[in-house]
Design a binder for this molecule. Structure first.
Ligand SMILES: Nc1ncnc2c1ncn2[C@@H]1O[C@H](COP(=O)(O)OP(=O)(O)OP(=O)(O)O)[C@@H](O)[C@H]1O
Ligand SMILES: Nc1ccn([C@@H]2O[C@H](COP(=O)(O)O)[C@@H](O)[C@H]2O)c(=O)n1
Length: 229
């Protein structure tokens, strides 16, 4: 029997590491009562699985096997693993993300989430690198969240130090530049704004200002009126 639910509204949020897209997406989903999927966690889960097996995230066969081992029923549990937030896992994620078969393996889960958001939500916010371009090209509203690489490195430094991780600014900045280059220069689904994305530079905005700007764009673009004021 076909699903009788009305078509879910989809908000696509893309941007580089530590631009604030995750924070923004979570707050948007709360405000609009939408479901939220941090698609970076899927790539992190694949990278972490390869690392835990003692493998090499740059090895396409190992990465592909780990991606196909993720099953929709167990994925929510896998995505809750705090180990996903480690820096070496972020780096492994960006290595497995280069492999086209890994991206293909993760596509159906993301599209299903957008089409049938869990909890019967009337919409979904997905954040990542290729949501507006590849995963949900027909999204109702698309945002590309950026900030200068220095601002992003400062934010990540603060976050890591608050978690008690001993890091120095230069290393975080270098890591960020490396990940930006790998994400934006890969052949398949590179990090880039969709042609119809709203560009939101948060370099000199706090999280509240970024949320206000995003809400104002989404409401004017989609005609949503509740939760917009
Ligand atoms: N507008 C903002 N101003 C200052 N700090 C912010 C802002 N938005 C988010 N942050 C902080 O910056 C850090 C990175 O934000 P967040 O995790 O949302 O980025 P992200 O783009 O999802 O990163 P990643 O892709 O690496 O997961 C967090 O510590 C967050 O609290
Ligand atoms: N749609 C996406 C999301 C993420 N990636 C890759 O995963 C890495 C980790 O993502 P975070 O958002 O958690 O930082 C990221 O550097 C990308 O390489 C992706 O390719 N597509």
């Amino acid at each position: 029997m076909p699903d009788a639910r009305p078509t879910a509204m989809v908000i696509a949020i893309d941007g580089p590491a530590a631009s604030g897209k995750g924070t923004l997406s979570r707050r948007l989903a709360d405000r609009l009562h939408f479901a939220h999927l941090d698609t970076g966690s899927l790539y992190r889960a694949v990278g972490l699985a390869v690392l835990r097996a003692g493998g090499n995230p740059s090895d396409a066969a190992q990465a592909t096997e780990a991606a196909y081992a993720l099953h929709p029923e167990t994925t929510p549990l896998v995505l809750a693993d705090p180990a996903l937030r480690a820096d070496e896992v972020a780096s492994a994620a960006s290595q497995v993300a280069i492999v086209p078969a890994v991206r293909e393996a993760l596509l159906a889960f993301q599209r299903d989430f957008a089409a049938y958001p869990p909890g019967n939500a009337r919409g979904a916010v997905l954040d990542g690198r290729d949501i507006g371009t590849i995963v949900c090209p027909d999204a109702d509203a698309k945002l590309f969240v950026t900030a200068s690489v220095e601002a992003r490195a400062e934010r990540r430094l603060k976050e890591l130090r608050e978690r008690g991780v001993p890091v120095i600014y230069a290393a975080v900045l270098e890591d960020m530049r490396e990940r930006d280059a790998r994400d934006s220069q890969r052949a398949v689904a590179p990090l880039k704004p969709a042609a119809d994305a709203f560009l939101l530079d948060t370099s000199s905005m706090n999280a509240d200002q970024a949320l206000d700007a995003a809400i104002s764009f989404i409401c004017s673009k989609t005609g949503l009126s509740d939760h917009c004021a």
